[in-house]
Design a protein around this ligand. Structure first.
Ligand code: ZN
Ligand code: ZN
Length: 507
Protein backbone atom coordinates (compact mmCIF):
# COMPACT_ATOMS: atom_id res chain seq x y z
CA UNK A 1 0.00 0.00 0.00
CA UNK A 2 2.87 2.38 0.76
CA UNK A 3 4.24 1.97 -2.74
CA UNK A 4 0.79 2.46 -4.30
CA UNK A 5 0.36 5.73 -2.40
CA UNK A 6 3.80 6.95 -3.46
CA UNK A 7 2.93 6.14 -7.07
CA UNK A 8 -0.35 8.09 -6.76
CA UNK A 9 1.74 11.15 -5.87
CA UNK A 10 4.13 10.41 -8.75
CA UNK A 11 1.09 10.51 -11.07
CA UNK A 12 0.13 13.94 -9.68
CA UNK A 13 3.69 15.21 -10.22
CA UNK A 14 3.71 13.85 -13.72
CA UNK A 15 0.46 15.54 -14.61
CA UNK A 16 1.80 18.86 -13.32
CA UNK A 17 4.87 18.52 -15.56
CA UNK A 18 3.01 17.32 -18.66
CA UNK A 19 -0.36 19.00 -18.21
CA UNK A 20 -2.49 17.86 -21.12
CA UNK A 21 -0.42 15.49 -23.16
CA UNK A 22 -2.41 12.35 -22.58
CA UNK A 23 -5.94 13.76 -22.45
CA UNK A 24 -8.60 11.52 -23.94
CA UNK A 25 -11.68 13.08 -22.39
CA UNK A 26 -12.18 16.55 -23.82
CA UNK A 27 -13.15 19.82 -22.24
CA UNK A 28 -16.87 19.50 -22.87
CA UNK A 29 -17.17 16.02 -21.46
CA UNK A 30 -17.85 17.13 -17.92
CA UNK A 31 -20.25 14.23 -17.41
CA UNK A 32 -17.74 11.65 -18.54
CA UNK A 33 -15.11 13.09 -16.23
CA UNK A 34 -17.52 13.09 -13.31
CA UNK A 35 -18.57 9.53 -14.08
CA UNK A 36 -14.96 8.29 -14.23
CA UNK A 37 -14.14 10.04 -10.94
CA UNK A 38 -17.28 9.29 -8.94
CA UNK A 39 -17.93 5.73 -10.11
CA UNK A 40 -14.59 4.39 -8.97
CA UNK A 41 -14.91 4.24 -5.18
CA UNK A 42 -18.29 2.41 -5.22
CA UNK A 43 -17.13 0.01 -7.94
CA UNK A 44 -13.97 -0.77 -5.99
CA UNK A 45 -16.04 -1.23 -2.85
CA UNK A 46 -18.29 -3.76 -4.60
CA UNK A 47 -15.30 -5.67 -6.01
CA UNK A 48 -13.69 -5.73 -2.57
CA UNK A 49 -16.96 -6.85 -0.98
CA UNK A 50 -17.33 -9.74 -3.46
CA UNK A 51 -13.77 -10.96 -2.98
CA UNK A 52 -13.99 -10.57 0.80
CA UNK A 53 -17.20 -12.62 0.78
CA UNK A 54 -15.44 -15.40 -1.09
CA UNK A 55 -12.48 -15.29 1.29
CA UNK A 56 -14.88 -15.37 4.21
CA UNK A 57 -16.50 -18.51 2.78
CA UNK A 58 -13.06 -20.13 2.42
CA UNK A 59 -12.36 -19.14 6.00
CA UNK A 60 -15.56 -20.77 7.28
CA UNK A 61 -15.37 -23.85 5.06
CA UNK A 62 -11.76 -24.73 5.75
CA UNK A 63 -11.13 -24.12 9.43
CA UNK A 64 -8.12 -26.48 9.36
CA UNK A 65 -6.34 -24.54 6.61
CA UNK A 66 -6.65 -20.88 7.64
CA UNK A 67 -3.84 -19.88 5.29
CA UNK A 68 -6.07 -20.60 2.27
CA UNK A 69 -8.45 -17.75 3.08
CA UNK A 70 -5.56 -15.53 4.14
CA UNK A 71 -3.66 -16.16 0.92
CA UNK A 72 -6.74 -15.51 -1.20
CA UNK A 73 -7.34 -12.29 0.68
CA UNK A 74 -3.67 -11.21 0.28
CA UNK A 75 -3.76 -11.74 -3.48
CA UNK A 76 -7.10 -10.05 -4.12
CA UNK A 77 -5.95 -7.10 -2.01
CA UNK A 78 -2.89 -6.70 -4.24
CA UNK A 79 -5.16 -6.73 -7.32
CA UNK A 80 -7.56 -4.23 -5.78
CA UNK A 81 -4.73 -1.86 -4.91
CA UNK A 82 -3.44 -2.11 -8.47
CA UNK A 83 -6.96 -1.32 -9.72
CA UNK A 84 -7.17 1.74 -7.43
CA UNK A 85 -3.87 3.01 -8.85
CA UNK A 86 -4.77 2.36 -12.49
CA UNK A 87 -8.16 4.04 -11.99
CA UNK A 88 -6.48 7.03 -10.43
CA UNK A 89 -3.97 7.26 -13.30
CA UNK A 90 -6.90 7.24 -15.75
CA UNK A 91 -8.70 10.12 -14.02
CA UNK A 92 -5.57 12.24 -13.55
CA UNK A 93 -3.82 11.68 -16.89
CA UNK A 94 -6.71 11.12 -19.29
CA UNK A 95 -9.40 13.51 -18.03
CA UNK A 96 -9.51 17.19 -17.04
CA UNK A 97 -10.26 16.34 -13.42
CA UNK A 98 -6.97 17.93 -12.16
CA UNK A 99 -7.52 21.00 -14.37
CA UNK A 100 -10.69 21.81 -12.41
CA UNK A 101 -8.56 22.29 -9.33
CA UNK A 102 -5.62 24.08 -10.94
CA UNK A 103 -5.35 27.33 -8.99
CA UNK A 104 -3.35 30.42 -9.87
CA UNK A 105 -1.90 30.73 -6.40
CA UNK A 106 1.05 28.30 -5.97
CA UNK A 107 0.62 28.14 -2.19
CA UNK A 108 -3.07 27.25 -2.56
CA UNK A 109 -2.41 24.66 -5.25
CA UNK A 110 -1.56 22.02 -2.63
CA UNK A 111 -5.19 22.15 -1.48
CA UNK A 112 -6.24 21.57 -5.09
CA UNK A 113 -3.86 18.60 -5.34
CA UNK A 114 -5.34 17.06 -2.19
CA UNK A 115 -8.85 17.41 -3.68
CA UNK A 116 -7.55 15.71 -6.84
CA UNK A 117 -6.22 12.91 -4.61
CA UNK A 118 -9.50 12.51 -2.71
CA UNK A 119 -11.12 9.90 -5.06
CA UNK A 120 -8.01 7.76 -4.54
CA UNK A 121 -8.39 8.03 -0.77
CA UNK A 122 -12.14 7.29 -1.04
CA UNK A 123 -11.39 4.18 -3.12
CA UNK A 124 -8.90 2.97 -0.54
CA UNK A 125 -11.38 3.53 2.29
CA UNK A 126 -14.17 1.79 0.34
CA UNK A 127 -11.96 -1.28 -0.01
CA UNK A 128 -11.15 -1.22 3.72
CA UNK A 129 -14.80 -0.95 4.71
CA UNK A 130 -15.74 -3.85 2.44
CA UNK A 131 -12.99 -6.02 3.92
CA UNK A 132 -13.73 -5.13 7.54
CA UNK A 133 -15.87 -8.17 8.53
CA UNK A 134 -13.32 -10.51 6.95
CA UNK A 135 -10.35 -8.76 8.52
CA UNK A 136 -12.01 -8.97 11.89
CA UNK A 137 -12.63 -12.69 11.47
CA UNK A 138 -9.04 -13.30 10.34
CA UNK A 139 -7.78 -11.21 13.21
CA UNK A 140 -9.78 -13.23 15.71
CA UNK A 141 -7.56 -16.15 14.77
CA UNK A 142 -4.38 -14.09 15.19
CA UNK A 143 -5.65 -12.83 18.51
CA UNK A 144 -6.14 -16.47 19.54
CA UNK A 145 -2.58 -17.32 18.55
CA UNK A 146 -1.22 -14.25 20.29
CA UNK A 147 -3.15 -15.13 23.43
CA UNK A 148 -1.64 -18.65 23.35
CA UNK A 149 1.96 -17.45 23.39
CA UNK A 150 1.42 -13.92 24.58
CA UNK A 151 1.68 -12.20 27.86
CA UNK A 152 -1.51 -10.24 27.38
CA UNK A 153 -4.95 -10.75 25.89
CA UNK A 154 -5.78 -9.18 22.53
CA UNK A 155 -8.99 -7.16 22.19
CA UNK A 156 -11.63 -7.55 19.46
CA UNK A 157 -11.37 -5.00 16.71
CA UNK A 158 -13.98 -2.24 16.47
CA UNK A 159 -14.62 -0.43 13.19
CA UNK A 160 -13.24 2.88 14.49
CA UNK A 161 -10.01 1.30 15.67
CA UNK A 162 -9.72 -0.65 12.41
CA UNK A 163 -10.06 2.48 10.27
CA UNK A 164 -7.79 4.49 12.54
CA UNK A 165 -5.09 1.82 12.29
CA UNK A 166 -5.36 1.50 8.50
CA UNK A 167 -5.40 5.26 7.94
CA UNK A 168 -2.31 5.83 10.05
CA UNK A 169 -0.38 2.74 9.09
CA UNK A 170 -1.09 2.62 5.35
CA UNK A 171 -2.01 6.12 4.24
CA UNK A 172 -0.95 9.04 6.45
CA UNK A 173 2.59 7.73 6.82
CA UNK A 174 3.09 8.48 3.09
CA UNK A 175 0.55 11.27 2.53
CA UNK A 176 1.95 13.65 5.16
CA UNK A 177 5.59 13.78 3.96
CA UNK A 178 4.54 13.66 0.30
CA UNK A 179 2.19 16.62 0.81
CA UNK A 180 5.13 18.63 2.15
CA UNK A 181 7.08 17.79 -0.99
CA UNK A 182 4.08 18.63 -3.22
CA UNK A 183 3.86 22.00 -1.47
CA UNK A 184 7.53 22.69 -2.17
CA UNK A 185 7.09 21.57 -5.79
CA UNK A 186 4.13 23.90 -6.31
CA UNK A 187 6.07 26.83 -4.87
CA UNK A 188 9.21 26.22 -6.94
CA UNK A 189 7.11 25.65 -10.07
CA UNK A 190 4.93 28.70 -9.40
CA UNK A 191 7.89 31.01 -8.86
CA UNK A 192 10.11 29.29 -11.42
CA UNK A 193 10.94 32.36 -13.51
CA UNK A 194 11.41 34.57 -10.42
CA UNK A 195 13.90 32.08 -8.96
CA UNK A 196 15.70 31.72 -12.28
CA UNK A 197 16.05 35.45 -12.77
CA UNK A 198 17.07 36.05 -9.19
CA UNK A 199 19.84 33.45 -9.29
CA UNK A 200 20.69 33.72 -13.00
CA UNK A 201 20.71 29.94 -13.29
CA UNK A 202 17.98 27.84 -15.00
CA UNK A 203 18.29 24.88 -12.59
CA UNK A 204 17.73 26.79 -9.34
CA UNK A 205 14.06 25.72 -8.90
CA UNK A 206 14.91 22.04 -9.47
CA UNK A 207 17.88 22.18 -7.16
CA UNK A 208 15.80 23.88 -4.47
CA UNK A 209 13.08 21.23 -4.76
CA UNK A 210 15.69 18.48 -4.56
CA UNK A 211 17.15 19.99 -1.38
CA UNK A 212 13.70 20.34 0.24
CA UNK A 213 12.73 16.77 -0.70
CA UNK A 214 15.98 15.44 0.76
CA UNK A 215 15.39 17.51 3.90
CA UNK A 216 11.85 16.13 4.30
CA UNK A 217 13.19 12.61 3.78
CA UNK A 218 15.84 13.09 6.46
CA UNK A 219 13.64 14.65 9.17
CA UNK A 220 10.51 12.62 8.35
CA UNK A 221 11.10 10.05 11.16
CA UNK A 222 10.28 12.83 13.64
CA UNK A 223 6.83 13.13 12.01
CA UNK A 224 6.33 9.44 11.30
CA UNK A 225 6.74 8.30 14.91
CA UNK A 226 3.84 10.63 15.75
CA UNK A 227 1.61 9.33 12.95
CA UNK A 228 2.18 5.76 14.08
CA UNK A 229 1.35 5.70 17.78
CA UNK A 230 4.65 5.19 19.54
CA UNK A 231 6.01 5.61 23.06
CA UNK A 232 9.48 5.15 24.46
CA UNK A 233 10.21 1.56 25.54
CA UNK A 234 10.25 1.59 29.34
CA UNK A 235 13.42 0.74 31.26
CA UNK A 236 13.64 -2.95 32.04
CA UNK A 237 15.32 -6.18 30.95
CA UNK A 238 14.26 -5.89 27.28
CA UNK A 239 15.56 -2.36 26.93
CA UNK A 240 18.79 -3.23 28.72
CA UNK A 241 19.43 -6.15 26.41
CA UNK A 242 18.72 -4.09 23.28
CA UNK A 243 20.92 -1.25 24.47
CA UNK A 244 23.67 -3.77 25.08
CA UNK A 245 23.30 -4.96 21.47
CA UNK A 246 23.51 -1.33 20.28
CA UNK A 247 26.69 -0.84 22.27
CA UNK A 248 28.24 -4.06 20.94
CA UNK A 249 27.59 -3.31 17.26
CA UNK A 250 27.98 0.49 17.50
CA UNK A 251 24.42 1.38 16.46
CA UNK A 252 23.39 4.90 17.44
CA UNK A 253 19.75 5.96 17.57
CA UNK A 254 17.57 8.58 19.20
CA UNK A 255 15.27 6.16 20.98
CA UNK A 256 13.84 2.64 21.09
CA UNK A 257 10.06 2.87 20.76
CA UNK A 258 7.03 0.67 21.32
CA UNK A 259 4.78 0.85 18.32
CA UNK A 260 1.11 0.61 19.33
CA UNK A 261 -0.87 -1.20 16.66
CA UNK A 262 -3.62 -2.90 18.69
CA UNK A 263 -1.47 -5.99 18.45
CA UNK A 264 -1.97 -5.99 14.67
CA UNK A 265 1.67 -5.70 13.75
CA UNK A 266 4.16 -8.30 14.85
CA UNK A 267 7.27 -6.74 13.50
CA UNK A 268 10.08 -4.27 14.01
CA UNK A 269 11.42 -1.40 11.94
CA UNK A 270 14.21 1.15 11.90
CA UNK A 271 13.65 4.59 10.44
CA UNK A 272 16.05 7.46 9.95
CA UNK A 273 19.27 7.89 8.01
CA UNK A 274 21.11 9.90 10.64
CA UNK A 275 21.51 8.94 14.33
CA UNK A 276 19.82 12.10 15.75
CA UNK A 277 16.58 11.26 13.91
CA UNK A 278 16.89 7.46 13.94
CA UNK A 279 14.32 5.36 15.81
CA UNK A 280 14.03 1.65 16.36
CA UNK A 281 10.39 0.53 16.54
CA UNK A 282 9.24 -2.71 18.14
CA UNK A 283 5.54 -3.40 17.75
CA UNK A 284 3.32 -4.18 20.73
CA UNK A 285 2.47 -7.54 19.13
CA UNK A 286 6.15 -8.42 18.88
CA UNK A 287 6.89 -7.54 22.49
CA UNK A 288 3.84 -9.47 23.69
CA UNK A 289 4.59 -12.69 21.86
CA UNK A 290 8.35 -13.08 21.61
CA UNK A 291 10.99 -14.21 24.04
CA UNK A 292 13.71 -11.68 24.78
CA UNK A 293 16.23 -13.59 22.69
CA UNK A 294 13.90 -13.57 19.70
CA UNK A 295 13.22 -9.85 20.12
CA UNK A 296 16.97 -9.37 20.10
CA UNK A 297 17.20 -11.34 16.85
CA UNK A 298 14.49 -9.28 15.12
CA UNK A 299 16.12 -6.10 16.45
CA UNK A 300 19.45 -7.35 15.09
CA UNK A 301 17.94 -7.80 11.64
CA UNK A 302 16.74 -4.19 11.61
CA UNK A 303 20.11 -3.02 12.92
CA UNK A 304 21.70 -4.96 10.06
CA UNK A 305 19.86 -2.78 7.54
CA UNK A 306 21.33 0.30 9.21
CA UNK A 307 24.86 -1.00 9.69
CA UNK A 308 25.09 -2.24 6.10
CA UNK A 309 23.69 1.10 4.87
CA UNK A 310 20.93 -0.44 2.81
CA UNK A 311 18.84 2.74 2.44
CA UNK A 312 21.84 4.65 1.13
CA UNK A 313 22.44 1.92 -1.42
CA UNK A 314 18.80 2.04 -2.49
CA UNK A 315 19.27 5.76 -3.14
CA UNK A 316 22.34 5.02 -5.27
CA UNK A 317 20.29 2.36 -7.06
CA UNK A 318 17.51 4.87 -7.79
CA UNK A 319 20.07 7.36 -9.10
CA UNK A 320 21.70 4.77 -11.38
CA UNK A 321 18.27 3.78 -12.67
CA UNK A 322 17.41 7.38 -13.43
CA UNK A 323 20.72 7.85 -15.32
CA UNK A 324 20.26 4.65 -17.33
CA UNK A 325 16.68 5.42 -18.32
CA UNK A 326 17.51 9.01 -19.24
CA UNK A 327 20.35 7.67 -21.39
CA UNK A 328 18.09 5.13 -23.14
CA UNK A 329 15.44 7.79 -23.83
CA UNK A 330 18.03 10.19 -25.19
CA UNK A 331 19.56 7.53 -27.47
CA UNK A 332 16.14 6.53 -28.81
CA UNK A 333 15.19 10.18 -29.37
CA UNK A 334 18.48 10.80 -31.18
CA UNK A 335 18.15 7.76 -33.41
CA UNK A 336 14.65 8.80 -34.34
CA UNK A 337 15.73 12.37 -35.12
CA UNK A 338 18.51 11.29 -37.52
CA UNK A 339 17.88 12.66 -41.04
CA UNK A 340 17.72 9.18 -42.64
CA UNK A 341 16.10 7.48 -39.72
CA UNK A 342 13.75 4.67 -40.62
CA UNK A 343 11.46 5.48 -37.72
CA UNK A 344 10.18 8.76 -36.33
CA UNK A 345 8.90 8.46 -32.79
CA UNK A 346 6.60 10.87 -31.04
CA UNK A 347 7.50 12.23 -27.64
CA UNK A 348 4.78 10.00 -26.18
CA UNK A 349 6.41 6.85 -27.55
CA UNK A 350 9.79 7.86 -26.17
CA UNK A 351 8.20 8.53 -22.78
CA UNK A 352 6.42 5.20 -22.89
CA UNK A 353 9.77 3.51 -23.60
CA UNK A 354 11.18 5.31 -20.56
CA UNK A 355 8.28 4.20 -18.35
CA UNK A 356 8.58 0.59 -19.57
CA UNK A 357 12.34 0.68 -18.91
CA UNK A 358 11.70 2.05 -15.43
CA UNK A 359 9.19 -0.67 -14.62
CA UNK A 360 11.61 -3.39 -15.74
CA UNK A 361 14.60 -1.86 -13.94
CA UNK A 362 12.69 -1.45 -10.68
CA UNK A 363 10.58 -4.58 -10.95
CA UNK A 364 13.52 -6.89 -11.59
CA UNK A 365 16.55 -5.06 -10.20
CA UNK A 366 15.08 -3.60 -7.03
CA UNK A 367 13.36 -6.85 -6.07
CA UNK A 368 16.51 -8.87 -6.59
CA UNK A 369 18.71 -6.48 -4.63
CA UNK A 370 16.14 -6.10 -1.89
CA UNK A 371 16.00 -9.86 -1.31
CA UNK A 372 19.81 -10.02 -1.08
CA UNK A 373 19.82 -7.17 1.44
CA UNK A 374 17.19 -8.98 3.54
CA UNK A 375 19.48 -12.00 3.68
CA UNK A 376 22.43 -9.86 4.68
CA UNK A 377 20.30 -8.37 7.48
CA UNK A 378 19.29 -11.91 8.53
CA UNK A 379 22.95 -12.81 8.78
CA UNK A 380 23.57 -9.73 10.91
CA UNK A 381 20.59 -10.58 13.14
CA UNK A 382 21.89 -14.11 13.68
CA UNK A 383 25.30 -12.70 14.65
CA UNK A 384 23.63 -10.40 17.17
CA UNK A 385 22.23 -13.39 19.05
CA UNK A 386 25.37 -15.50 18.82
CA UNK A 387 26.11 -16.81 22.32
CA UNK A 388 29.52 -17.29 23.90
CA UNK A 389 31.11 -20.70 23.40
CA UNK A 390 29.51 -22.08 26.58
CA UNK A 391 26.05 -21.15 25.28
CA UNK A 392 26.55 -22.73 21.86
CA UNK A 393 24.72 -26.02 21.85
CA UNK A 394 24.87 -27.05 18.19
CA UNK A 395 27.67 -28.36 15.97
CA UNK A 396 29.00 -25.06 14.73
CA UNK A 397 31.70 -23.78 12.38
CA UNK A 398 32.30 -20.58 14.33
CA UNK A 399 32.73 -21.69 17.86
CA UNK A 400 35.83 -23.80 17.60
CA UNK A 401 37.46 -20.55 16.44
CA UNK A 402 35.55 -17.59 17.80
CA UNK A 403 37.81 -14.92 16.30
CA UNK A 404 36.59 -15.74 12.80
CA UNK A 405 33.15 -14.40 13.78
CA UNK A 406 34.61 -10.94 14.15
CA UNK A 407 36.41 -10.97 10.83
CA UNK A 408 33.02 -11.39 9.20
CA UNK A 409 34.25 -13.98 6.73
CA UNK A 410 30.78 -15.28 6.01
CA UNK A 411 30.60 -17.25 9.24
CA UNK A 412 27.55 -17.64 11.36
CA UNK A 413 27.10 -19.61 14.57
CA UNK A 414 24.64 -22.51 14.28
CA UNK A 415 22.98 -21.58 17.58
CA UNK A 416 22.65 -17.94 16.54
CA UNK A 417 21.11 -19.05 13.23
CA UNK A 418 18.67 -21.32 15.08
CA UNK A 419 17.54 -18.53 17.42
CA UNK A 420 17.07 -16.22 14.46
CA UNK A 421 15.15 -18.86 12.52
CA UNK A 422 12.81 -19.44 15.46
CA UNK A 423 12.05 -15.72 15.60
CA UNK A 424 11.39 -15.62 11.87
CA UNK A 425 9.11 -18.64 12.08
CA UNK A 426 7.13 -17.10 14.85
CA UNK A 427 6.73 -13.79 13.00
CA UNK A 428 5.44 -15.74 9.98
CA UNK A 429 3.04 -17.90 12.01
CA UNK A 430 1.56 -14.98 13.93
CA UNK A 431 1.20 -12.80 10.84
CA UNK A 432 -0.43 -15.67 8.98
CA UNK A 433 2.25 -15.67 6.26
CA UNK A 434 2.61 -19.10 4.61
CA UNK A 435 6.26 -20.14 4.97
CA UNK A 436 6.82 -20.49 1.22
CA UNK A 437 5.01 -17.28 0.23
CA UNK A 438 7.40 -14.79 -1.37
CA UNK A 439 6.96 -11.20 -2.37
CA UNK A 440 8.71 -8.71 -4.57
CA UNK A 441 10.96 -7.45 -1.79
CA UNK A 442 11.20 -10.51 0.45
CA UNK A 443 12.13 -14.11 -0.23
CA UNK A 444 9.90 -16.66 1.48
CA UNK A 445 10.54 -17.21 5.17
CA UNK A 446 11.29 -20.86 4.39
CA UNK A 447 14.04 -20.01 1.91
CA UNK A 448 15.56 -17.38 4.23
CA UNK A 449 15.77 -19.93 7.03
CA UNK A 450 17.26 -22.59 4.75
CA UNK A 451 19.84 -20.10 3.49
CA UNK A 452 20.89 -19.01 6.96
CA UNK A 453 21.07 -22.58 8.24
CA UNK A 454 23.17 -23.62 5.26
CA UNK A 455 25.65 -20.82 6.01
CA UNK A 456 26.08 -22.10 9.53
CA UNK A 457 27.31 -25.39 8.08
CA UNK A 458 29.22 -23.96 5.11
CA UNK A 459 31.40 -20.91 5.75
CA UNK A 460 32.52 -20.86 2.10
CA UNK A 461 28.99 -20.24 0.94
CA UNK A 462 28.73 -17.39 3.43
CA UNK A 463 31.98 -15.87 2.20
CA UNK A 464 30.71 -16.14 -1.39
CA UNK A 465 27.49 -14.39 -0.45
CA UNK A 466 29.28 -11.54 1.28
CA UNK A 467 31.59 -11.14 -1.69
CA UNK A 468 28.57 -10.90 -4.01
CA UNK A 469 27.02 -8.11 -1.96
CA UNK A 470 30.32 -6.25 -1.77
CA UNK A 471 30.75 -6.42 -5.55
CA UNK A 472 27.16 -5.35 -6.10
CA UNK A 473 27.67 -2.24 -3.99
CA UNK A 474 30.99 -1.38 -5.68
CA UNK A 475 29.46 -1.87 -9.13
CA UNK A 476 26.59 0.47 -8.29
CA UNK A 477 28.94 3.17 -7.02
CA UNK A 478 31.12 2.84 -10.12
CA UNK A 479 28.06 3.13 -12.37
CA UNK A 480 26.82 6.17 -10.46
CA UNK A 481 30.18 7.98 -10.74
CA UNK A 482 30.88 7.07 -14.37
CA UNK A 483 27.25 7.81 -15.30
CA UNK A 484 27.33 11.26 -13.68
CA UNK A 485 30.58 12.08 -15.46
CA UNK A 486 29.16 11.03 -18.83
CA UNK A 487 25.97 12.97 -18.13
CA UNK A 488 27.87 16.17 -17.25
CA UNK A 489 30.08 15.78 -20.30
CA UNK A 490 27.10 15.22 -22.57
CA UNK A 491 25.30 18.29 -21.28
CA UNK A 492 28.35 20.47 -21.89
CA UNK A 493 29.03 19.27 -25.47
CA UNK A 494 25.45 18.87 -26.71
CA UNK A 495 23.70 22.21 -26.25
CA UNK A 496 20.22 20.78 -26.73
CA UNK A 497 19.69 17.06 -26.11
CA UNK A 498 17.40 15.25 -28.57
CA UNK A 499 14.78 14.47 -25.95
CA UNK A 500 14.32 18.17 -25.12
CA UNK A 501 14.11 19.04 -28.81
CA UNK A 502 11.45 16.36 -29.24
CA UNK A 503 9.52 17.70 -26.28
CA UNK A 504 9.69 21.22 -27.68
CA UNK A 505 8.03 19.85 -30.82
CA UNK A 506 11.10 20.21 -33.08
CA UNK A 507 12.09 17.72 -35.78
ZN1 ZN B 1 14.40 -6.46 6.67
ZN1 ZN C 1 28.18 -21.59 17.75
Amino acid sequence: MHLVTILAFVIIFWRAEQPEQWLLVGEDDVLWTLLIVLAQPPLLGVAAWLSARRAHRLHVEQPDAPQVAQQFHHRTTVWLRTAILVGFAVMVLLTRWPTWFAFQNPALQTVGDLIVLSPFVSGVIAVWLAAYPLERALRARTVGLVAEVGKEQGKPWRLGAYLDFNLRYHLLIIVVPMTLIVFAANITRGYESVLQEWSGWPWTPDLLLGVVALGVFIVSPLILVRIWRTVSLEAGPVRERLEAVCGRIGLRCRDILIWHSDGMIINAAVMGLLPPVRFVLLSDGLLATMEVRQIEAVFGHEAGHVQHRHIQHFLVFAFVGWLLIAAVMELVARASAEPHSSFALSVLTVQAIGVAGGIIFWGVGFGWMSRRFERQADLFGARCVTPSEAGCSLPCSVHPDERSLLTGSGRVCATGAAVFASALNRVAALNGIPSEERSWRHSSIGSRIRFLTSLAGDPHRGARFERLIRRLKIAMFALAIVGSAVWLYYWTVVPEPAILRLQAGGP
